[in-house]
Design a protein around this ligand. Structure first.
Ligand code: ATP
Length: 437
């Protein structure tokens, strides 16, 4: 498995991801997506939307406000329950998630008391966890009074429940159907870290899929298959790097009758990538006093049950980068699925000081740009340019040389095989379109 520092350094060097607010010393664990990172991230979000919203007849999307009425979080149980157990070192003040200490062999029993050793300063502390609410608070309006306290949403999911009736009344969907959303979520994580794996501001792609109670097993399996297919066929992850973890009774959220975590082998260990949960009718019951759905045939009103597949966008980006990173001889290649690649094609004039080559190459470049994301490079020699594009995952490089001016053909070089082929300029767009399927 690749060293995470190599990924972080590549991301910084090539403009995928930078430390946030860097010129002011950064802001702990905040990251900015640069020119290439935003393309990769957008590709992931667009492919997700296309696959799960546009290509299905049983799905509609929403884009809800990030700050919702605080009563939403009261009803959903987040204000009282959305907490992690926290321990704080009496000497250095360092904080850890109590439920994660077991990976370091803590807490440890001495006499009758439980102790944990501070990971920072090694002080022995009594193990006395307290619950810490992860909701990020702010004030809305010009007065900072309690009455104006609001919260940044810790998940996108609740909007799909709160908007359920509005969506139902306007979309004419009947169950089974789902509501999808992509957007930012915020959590005051106790121990953020591992690059973009755990941050306090992140993005989610979520679906709440509304069903009849008796269908839950079948629909759960359907989404389980869909999630696998997304990871393997769309993201191109190596199957052996992904693992299902069936969360046992007692460890699941109290409303969930079944939850599977999809874990990925990150360079820093096997950790959650996505989740799939059967949430029963818990959420709709909390938000709606009266059953919000009527059976089309019997006219009977009832609370639909819910299957929730949830995908972290940033964890998707990280898994994709880790899986794609390859070192081959002296080159680094990001073997991204071409649909995910920030640039689909790069165009070079063989020599930058030959105006006729540059003009032809510019013409081809701007034509390709109408259909694909395209990069231009005229620095150094062609070999260096290939290496530079390999490192950012560009699947095809097109070189315009002196023969091009005569035979109207260009050299197309494939990132993974490094094979080169002559292709007619007129066929170039169809060639690339076909190749990036
Ligand atoms: P964890 O156990 O890692 O804290 P979770 O089980 O609390 O995660 P969920 O509430 O199921 O996570 O959130 C759904 C998805 O959102 C996760 O599978 C993950 O991809 C993503 N996610 C959750 N928290 C974060 C975070 N702090 N930073 C980045 N992505 C996150």
């Amino acid at each position: 498995m690749v060293d995470i520092d190599k990924i972080i350094s590549l991301c910084k060097r090539r403009g995928f991801i930078f430390p946030g607010s860097e010129i002011y010393g950064g802001l702990a664990n905040s990251w900015d997506y640069g020119p290439l990172g935003v393309e990769l991230k957008n590709n992931i979000k667009q492919l997700w939307w296309e696959r799960f919203v546009h290509q299905r007849d049983d799905m509609v999307g929403i884009d809800a406000a990030i700050i919702m009425n605080p009563k939403v979080w009261e009803s959903s149980g987040h204000l009282s329950n959305f907490s992690d157990p926290l321990v704080e070192c009496k000497k250095c003040g360092s904080r850890e998630r109590a439920d994660m200490l077991h990976t370091h062999g803590f807490p440890e029993k001495k006499d009758t008391e439980l102790y944990w050793e501070c990971l920072n300063c090694k002080t022995q502390n009594l193990f006395k966890p307290r619950m810490f609410n992860l909701m990020l608070k702010t004030f809305l309006g010009s007065t900072e009074e309690t009455a104006s306290i609001v919260y940044f949403r810790p998940e996108t999911a609740q909007a799909m429940f709160v908007d359920f009736k509005n969506v139902l009344d306007t979309s004419r969907k009947t169950i089974p159907f789902g509501i999808a959303q992509i957007g930012k979520a915020f959590r005051n994580e106790i121990t953020p870290g591992n690059f973009i794996f755990r941050t306090r501001e992140f993005e989610q792609m979520e679906i709440e899929y509304f069903i009849k109670e008796e269908d839950w097993k079948e629909k759960f399996e359907h989404w389980q298959k869909e999630m696998w297919s997304w990871m393997i066929d769309v993201l191109g992850l190596e199957k052996s790097h992904v693992h299902e973890l069936d969360i046992p009774d007692g460890d699941r959220a109290h409303y969930s009758k079944k939850t599977i975590d999809f874990e990925y082998d990150y360079p820093f260990g096997r950790k959650e990538l996505y989740g799939l949960a059967y949430r029963t009718d818990f959420d709709l019951k909390n938000h709606f006093k009266e059953a919000p759905y009527k059976d089309q045939e019997t006219g009977e009103a009832f609370y639909p049950h819910v299957i929730e597949p949830t995908w972290g966008v940033d964890r998707s980006v990280l898994a994709v980068l880790c899986d794609a990173y390859t070192e081959e001889d002296d080159r680094v290649v990001l073997k991204l699925k071409s649909k995910l690649a920030p640039y689909k094609v790069a165009v070079f004039p063989l020599l930058r000081n030959k105006p006729e080559l540059v003009a032809k190459a510019r013409e081809i470049y701007f034509n390709l740009k109408k259909e694909f994301t395209a990069a231009w490079d005229d620095r150094g020699n062609v070999g260096k340019r290939y290496y530079s594009q390999d490192e950012i995952g560009t699947p095809y490089c097109v070189t315009v040389d002196f023969d091009t001016l005569e035979d109207k053909m260009v050299t197309v070089r494939d990132r993974d095989t490094t094979k080169q082929e002559r292709v007619a300029i007129n066929d170039l767009s169809a060639y690339i379109k076909n190749a990036i399927q």
